[in-house]
Design a protein around this ligand. Structure first.
Ligand SMILES: Cc1ncc(COP(=O)(O)O)c(C=O)c1O
Length: 400
């Protein structure tokens, strides 16, 4: 009886709900979708090696976990200030001074439920309907969708052959609708880090064109060569920059959902409204545990960076041996090779590699227009798995 009614129920549900236009513009997360495919194969018993996830494979450092337990037992189970625990904001403020020599007061910082939410807050707080956001590509796929969700239009600008920023081209794309530039370095998916000269040349355009900058610095602690310079530290950029950061990558705290934003007080005040009317704040005991991350876990970060650097070198060597055109990554845990010179159907490289060699990478399509022949490798997995994955790739390419 009930079974017979299903088509009728379905018909009514379809009529009851049509997604709003705002949602029809955005899609599923391309990176999460790629990981999902591997999960499905694994469920069927295939021994898939995942080089797709943007998540450190290390456990969250023990002192952070113990601090969270303590915080729960101490009763930190109630609301905190909506801007975030003052103790954590003070610790972040101290850290920014100690690590980079930049000064942000606790009231210029907001604790957010992850960096992704930080990007959403920042864009929501600055965009009017139809405003444009310039996004150098390849870029983390969520930037495009979050910009649209916040009412803006993403304007893609390609980087150079070595994924370097091209300030003149950025300059030429600025219109009266351009509100902001969205930067990310060390970069996902390329691992590229910009140096002072790159940043100063860009800052000149930002200043002259009167733009705001959202600088996503989530990978700032994962740097293997060169120096990380926060964009807000570049001359005249402090008042124009909203920086997004978080605990996911540096402290292997992806599931804890904790990030932070800092920037000019007038913008932070607006962003706080968005947090107050949505998340309220991230969980109080998790904020408390993050104080321990910043104060007591420097040795864990250093060890993790050492290991990532080692793996980066293995992957780089392997990719070069296979003949890939690839830019050496200075940070984060990704490479973004071009499959063109190595595989006859470069657009299908990722798909075929998964099907025939059980190695999952992320296809380049989601990272911006014109990157169909590229793919992203994440080396946030063990050395053994990386070495096995390289062997499988070589076999897939008939190089062994
Ligand atoms: C560039 C970039 N920004 C932000 C995030 C999201 O970080 P969180 O886990 O803190 O939301 C990621 C995660 O992959 C990322 O790659």
């Amino acid at each position: 009886m009930f079974k017979n009614q299903l088509p009728i129920i379905r018909y009514y549900m379809m009529n009851l709900y049509t997604p709003p236009k705002r949602l029809s513009k955005i899609g599923e997360s391309a990176t999460l979708k790629a990981a999902e495919k591997a999960r499905e194969l694994r469920a069927k018993g295939v021994d898939v090696i995942s080089l797709d996830v943007g998540e450190p494979d290390f456990p969250t450092p023990k002192p952070i976990i113990e601090a969270a337990y303590r915080a729960l037992n101490d009763g930190l189970t109630k609301y905190s200030q909506s801007q975030g625990l003052i103790e954590l904001r003070e610790t972040i403020s101290d850290n920014l001074r100690r690590l980079y020599g930049i000064e942000y007061l606790p009231n210029e910082i907001i604790i957010t439920p992850g960096a992704k939410m930080g990007v959403f807050y920042a864009l929501t707080a600055i965009l009017d309907e139809g405003d444009e956001v310039i996004i150098p590509t390849p870029a983390w796929p969520s930037y495009f969708d979050i910009t649209k969700f916040a009412g803006g239009n993403p304007v893609e600008v390609r980087t150079g052959e070595n994924f370097e920023l091209l300030p003149d081209i950025i300059d030429s794309l600025v219109t009266e609708k351009t509100k902001a530039l969205l930067l990310n370095y060390p970069n996902n998916p390329t691992g590229v880090l910009y140096d002072r000269r790159d940043l100063e040349r860009l800052a000149e355009v930002v200043e002259r064109r009167n733009l705001l900058v959202i600088s996503d610095e989530i990978y700032c602690r994962l740097v293997y060569d060169g120096e990380f310079i926060p964009f807000s530290k570049i001359s005249e950029m402090r008042d124009r920059t909203i920086t997004v950061n978080g605990f996911s990558k540096a402290y292997s705290m992806t599931g804890w959902r904790l990030g932070y934003i800092y920037g000019p007080k007038n913008i932070i005040k607006e962003i706080l409204k968005v947090q107050q009317q949505t998340a309220t704040h991230p969980p109080t005991f998790i904020q408390k545990a993050a104080v321990t991350a910043l104060n007591d876990c420097e040795n864990y970060v250093k060890e993790m960076v050492k290991e990532f650097k080692f793996r980066r070198d293995i992957v780089y060597k392997g990719l070069k041996e296979m003949g890939f055109k690839v830019q050496k990554a200075n940070g984060a845990f990704y490479f973004f090779p071009n499959a063109e010179d190595v595989y006859s159907e470069p657009e299908k490289f990722s798909e075929h590699l998964l099907e025939k060699a059980a190695v999952n990478t992320t296809p380049g399509t989601g990272f911006g227009k014109g990157y169909e022949k590229y793919f992203r490798i994440s080396y946030a997995t063990s050395r053994e798995k990386i070495e096995e994955a390289i062997l499988r790739m070589k076999r897939f390419l008939n190089l062994h």
